[in-house]
Design a protein. Structure first.
Length: 94
């Protein structure tokens, strides 16, 4: 298993088999929707139910997600993002 990474069913996608992978990047999250066709690439990632606390979207935007990755790659702390607790589903992946 890879620490700080989980994959869970994507409840906001109508097509069966879609999942969301959640990465913890220095205390901040990045996530991507994963097609059922690519699920095998994530066989070593811990699979959790959609209601697992580690599989809850923190409200980051696509721009925030990539800013966090860039900051981490540069050795800086990731940019902070706001947490959305309003029950909205994540925006579509780009």
């Amino acid at each position: 298993m890879t620490p700080g990474v989980v994959i869970a069913p994507a409840p906001d996608v109508d097509e069966p088999g879609w999942q969301i992978v959640y990465l913890n990047l220095g205390g901040h999250q990045a996530s991507w929707r994963i097609s059922h066709r690519d699920a095998g690439l994530f066989a070593d990632v811990e699979h959790v139910p959609a209601d697992d606390p580690r599989a809850q979207w923190d409200g980051h935007t696509t721009e925030e997600k990539y800013a966090r990755i860039a900051a981490l790659s540069a050795g800086d702390p990731p940019a902070t993002g706001r947490r959305r607790d309003d029950g909205r589903t994540p925006p579509p992946a780009r």
